[in-house]
Design a protein around this ligand. Sequence first.
Ligand SMILES: [Cu+2]
Length: 154
Amino acid sequence: MATTNVEPAGLVSELGLDKQNRASLGRLLGHGSVGRAEEGEDGRMHATIRIPPDELAWEPAILALPHSGDLELEIVNDDENTHCALLPSNGDQQFLWLPNFSRGTASLKLNGPGYYWFSSPIGNDEGRGLTGAIVVMGESPPEARLDRPPQPRP
Ligand SMILES: [Cu+2]
């Protein structure tokens, strides 16, 4: 369930995260690494996100999913402090407590492309950097598209 981390700027560009109206609405989360979820043979996507010691950052801070669907996400807290994870899942949220040197697994369902924020909303974790995004690539399903003429896109 490894997540591949590539040189951030290159992958941000490759995924189309640095241009309006491509994978997302624009450049966000200028700091931190980018990783991709892997497709499992079980039809689910898998990824691991770590909190490295003494950095107050998610690794990766931006997790890209190749398309919408189910994600098995393992979160590892290698820090000497307790953190937590508040994670998105189809309009709902899931919460994991992450005591120091612990790990937890969340099963998330993200059925549409877009940006989904996650964070550790305890203490001042968010203010110190524990915010991240799951970016779901791909187009909206036809039934979710507006019935209107094609719009100009840059
Ligand atoms: Cu797939």
